[in-house]
Design a protein. Structure first.
Length: 129
């Protein structure tokens, strides 16, 4: 859902009219997400090529944040890809407990997963010098 809202805001900031479909259904019950094909981002046919161009721009390595300093994009320690996802909760246990007892148990995972090579890792804070 976060990626859908981010993509929508990117297109809107580029002046491309768009809307999300099935986002409310996914919000009501996220188990239906795979059944209905997830959230769909819709644009006008004449804006399709421009929208694909905006959404296919590479992820920047870093950028300046006012009052904070430079933000550096995290990378996979194995393949150096920026196509990574933070996993706050253990989805496998959550789905299993939701199926077994009717309620997903929020077991924290707090790990990163690389969508390119599949490696998982936990971020280790560097000791202050």
């Amino acid at each position: 859902m976060g990626e859908a809202f981010l993509a929508k805001s990117l297109l809107e900031s580029a002046g491309i009219e768009c809307f999300l479909a099935d986002d409310n259904m996914v919000r009501l019950d996220w188990f239906y997400s795979n059944l209905i094909g997830g959230i769909k981002l819709n644009v006008n046919r004449e804006d399709r090529d421009e929208a694909e161009g905006v959404l296919s721009q590479p992820i920047p390595d870093g950028f300046e944040v006012d009052g904070v300093g430079e933000y550096r994009q995290p990378r996979c320690p194995k393949c150096q890809s920026v196509d990574i996802t933070f996993q706050a909760m253990n989805k496998g246990i959550g789905l299993t407990t939701a199926w077994a007892v009717g309620l997903p148990l929020p077991i924290p995972e707090n790990s990163w997963k690389c969508n390119s090579c599949g490696v998982k890792w936990q971020e280790v804070d560097e000791p202050e010098k």
